[in-house]
Design a protein around this ligand. Structure first.
Ligand SMILES: Cc1cc2nc3c(=O)[nH]c(=O)nc-3n(C[C@H](O)[C@H](O)[C@H](O)COP(=O)(O)O)c2cc1C
Length: 415
């Protein structure tokens, strides 16, 4: 059961409160206020019917933000469009959820703003049904609820009791207090809540002279997606990034570096305080032995470059006295699993993520395919968007760190 202190999980979360056309809509005002009191950033989206039960003005005043009601609203789309709103949310909580809304959600009907948002949203969705007991018991509603449960939607309630229509039975919306507790529990299951995660991403640049450098094709997209997924999962995330053209994910602390040596230093400054280290950066293995002070001139027909090995960031972290749970990445063009497993063993890693480099996956692509290996296990994740893969990877890392915590009592540090 949730302790009162665990209400903290709502703090700083971005919650869309969806309101559909039920007599219970008056309770959404209190719900919005209480979520804000708990520190959530709340946006309210109402169906047209809902506006017959409670005014958008009330919800605007309570949420402190404009209320969204129309899908085809050009002004709203220009400000924060429905897809943007769907991406913004950490949770959509539809309370009350009418029978009609539940039917639309089940059938994937995107004809109103709230339904379209739910369809476009990759964050968790929770609904609090509210309706007459016969509507709730109706086979159509029950079949819809069963389908939504199978799709992993969170169905909160309904409660039993006397209803506004004078009948008694199941169909009352849960009380605000219960809804808030359920929300906090949903966030608490943020699989990395309270963990400190350090991630490296992108390439490094190793200068030859003031204008030239040696680098690689890493875009940083995978590492940034992992940083975003870790933050979504409740972690306190620091991202050490090589030179990339990507925006910093929300709630992530970013440290920009350029060379392997700078990345090594930035990581070592943070590593001993982190619980999990995920090294996605494509760090140069070699750097020019000498960096020319002035631009090298084109003269000789041939030119020899002397390269020297850079420091191995991953191995250094894995060799710390109390290392964090250390995850390496191996991008390979051939013999992927063999190379990955031997890298994991050689560097004493807790886990390694192997990804093939090819035309549709790997460097500078939005998609990837991953093989996740740990000493006694292996999971293959099929080609998918880097964002989806990042979320799955974070879930697996959380499971492995928890398994190690419980069996070996290691891997987790106290602040
Ligand atoms: C006074 C009144 C109360 C209603 N209460 C509910 C209710 O509690 N639950 C429900 O599912 N529908 C209820 N309805 C019917 C819905 O408002 C109607 O199905 C509407 O189309 C729902 O639209 P929406 O899902 O787009 O919000 C009620 C209708 C009226 C007139």
């Amino acid at each position: 059961m949730l302790q009162s202190g665990d209400m903290n999980t709502i703090y700083n979360k971005r919650i869309i409160v969806g309101i559909s056309g039920s007599i219970a809509a008056y309770k959404s005002a209190e719900l919005t206020r209480r979520l804000r009191d708990a520190g959530a950033d709340v946006r309210v989206v109402m169906t047209r019917s809902a506006t017959e039960f409670i005014t958008p003005l009330t919800l605007q005043a309570l949420s402190g933000k404009p209320v969204h009601t129309d899908l085809m609203d050009a002004d709203a789309e220009a400000a924060m469009g429905h897809i943007e709103l769907a991406r913004w949310a950490d949770l959509i909580l539809v309370a009350p959820a009418s029978a009609a809304f539940i039917a639309r959600l089940t059938s994937g009907d995107a004809s109103d703003l709230l339904s379209a948002l739910c369809l476009a949203c990759q964050a968790p969705i929770a609904i609090a049904p509210a309706m007459n007991q016969a509507m709730w018991s109706n086979a159509a509603t029950q079949a819809n609820i069963d389908t939504l449960k199978q799709r992993q939607l969170n169905i909160l309630g309904p409660a039993q009791g006397s209803q506004a229509c004078g009948e008694t039975g199941p169909g009352r919306m849960l009380e605000v207090e219960q809804l808030i507790t359920s929300c906090a529990e949903l966030f608490q299951s943020g699989v990395l809540a309270g963990r400190r995660v350090l991630i490296t991403a992108g390439p490094t640049r190793e200068p030859l002279d003031p204008v030239r450098y040696i680098s690689n094709r890493s875009s940083g997209k995978m590492g940034f997606a992992i940083a975003e997924a870790a933050a979504e999962a409740g972690a306190d995330v620091t991202l050490v990034a090589g030179p990339v053209l990507l925006n910093t994910p929300e709630r992530v602390t970013r440290v920009d570096v350029e060379t392997a040596s700078q990345m090594h230093q930035a990581v070592l400054e943070q590593a001993s305080a982190c619980d999990i280290f995920i090294a996605t950066a494509a760090v140069a293995d070699y750097r020019p032995g000498l960096q020319a002070v002035n631009k090298i001139k084109k003269q000789a027909e041939e030119m020899q470059l002397k390269l020297v090995k850079t420091q191995d960031i991953l191995a250094t972290v894995a060799a710390l006295e109390t290392p964090p749970f250390t995850v390496g990445f191996a991008a390979e063009t051939d013999r992927l699993l063999d190379y990955a497993r031997s890298k994991m063993e050689r560097k004493n890693l807790h886990m390694i993520v192997a990804n093939p480099v090819g035309p549709t996956q790997g460097f500078n692509q939005d998609t990837n395919e991953l093989d996740i290996l740990w000493p006694n296990g292996h999971i293959h994740l099929d080609l998918d968007s880097k964002k989806t893969l990042a979320r799955k990877l974070i879930t697996i890392i959380a499971e492995r760190t928890n398994a190690i915590d419980t069996t070996e009592n290691t891997g987790r540090k106290t602040r």
